[in-house]
Every structure is written in C-alpha cells, then in structure tokens.
Design a protein. Sequence first.
Length: 294
Amino acid sequence: MPELLTTDEAAAYLRLSERKLYELVAEGAVPCSKVTGRWLFPKTALDRWVATGLAVPQLAREEPPPIVGGSHDPLLEWALRDSGSGLASLAEGSESGLRRLARGEVVIAAIHLHRFDGDDVTSNIAAVAAAPGLHDAVLIAFARREQGLLVAPGNPLKLSDMRSVAARKARMAQRPTGAGAQLLLLSLLSASGLGPDALALVKETCPTGNDVAQAVRSGRADCGIATRAVAAASGTGFVPLLWEHFDLVLRQRDYFRPQPQTLFAFLRSAAFSERARELGGYDIAEAGQVRLVN
C-alpha cells in the first residue's frame, strides 16, 4: 500500500464510507493534505490518528507567519536574506522551533537534534515523526555541517574532546535547554561516560553559536560547541568533533507556498554552493531533498 492514500483508498483503509471520510475532512478531524485539487492521506499519520485519537487543527486555519524558527545557522541566515524569500528568522533552539511550528507560530523550523544512543543520522527524522501535532510534516535537508569545540586561537589548553575539557577544568559555554548544540553536548558527555557536573559550565547561556564565539574571544569561557563556519568567521580556534544533519521542517500544505519554494529553489543555485564553500564546514550535496514525509 502506498504511503500517500487517495480518498477511496483511505476510506477503504479506515473502513469508512467516502461520504463519512469527507465529513471528517470538513471537520478537520482527520490528517490530510490537499495537493493539486486532490485530498491525500498519509498512511502513517492515519495509523497514529486511529491508535491515539489524534486531534488535528481545523483546516480553515490562519496561515503561519513567514518566519523560520528553531536553530541558528550562518548559511541559513544568509540564504534567507539573499534568496529574496521574504522569510524572517527567529533563532531560539531546535526544540523551541518544533513547538512553535506545531502551534502555527512559524512556517518552518530549523533543527539539529541529537540522541544519547549516538544515532545522529536519524535523530531529526525520529524526532519529527514522533512530534505531537506534526502529523503532516515534511523534513527537508538543508546541509550537513561540522560541529566542534570553539577554543582560543592556538588551542592553549590542548582540548580534544569532552574528557580533555573535564580533565583540564576548562570553562565550557553552554546553550539554552532544548538547543541542538546543548543536546549535542549532553550526547557527547553521555558517550564519554561523563555527566554535566563533570564540566565547569559557564552559568550565563549563549543563545547562538556567535554568542559562544564571543564568550571565548572575551575570555568568559575557554570553549563551547559551535560550527566550523562560526569559528572561521569569529577567528577562534576549532577542534572538530562530528558532522551532523541540519534540516528544515514544515507542514506539507505549506511546502508549496511561494516563500518556502523561493528558499528551496535558492538551495540549488550556484550562489548558495559558493557561499557554503566560502563559510566552510558544510556538505550541501543533499540540500533541498526530502528526508521524511510524515
């Protein structure tokens, strides 16, 4: 059976008459999406709806504002501006972005999530698939990017990983709860057999990677997690740790709106490729590709 069901296929799958199914659609009670004049029903979302009694927002809803919430990224920030998409940015962290997307407060959420089991290839996919209120989400690849430790130029403390940070009692800048970089920090600590109390954490949190760089430059912190692009732009040292997926999440019905489509078209441009090379630490081979349809 296909992942996207037509009206008659969905009615048969749910053991309902087509008339009853249309009534549920009109009431906004069943997960569905209208594409080129046809109603389509994601089978996975129908399964969850049946199993959990999922209640979805009414179809006659206000369009979300043209804002990309979630995680901050230098390449994304530049692309939003230079693509002419008309999309604004609200960088508050990955988990906050997903919550705002579910409430209709942003049209796109930018995320990079990490799990304690170390399977970061599928962590974004798993999180979106299980996110409450996002039964109709689609996950679009933006880039793979290199994360690491921002350190003072020359890496005077000779930091290499979480164990060395703990052993040298280096002051570690931290990000807000729910931010992707903070989740990465906790994941790296878990993999090293350490807890947060093993680190000398700087109390004041840093909302973005740029704030981490400023904390290191000013001497308020000895290190913090951010991308290679942030390190290159700020002139700090960089200790590579891993590559991660940085993705964009939006509802299926918003995917075809002019503003997201303008941004997605820009991801295929020569200007976008050149900027990624210039910033450094990005792999954009899969940019614009669909990684998940809920």
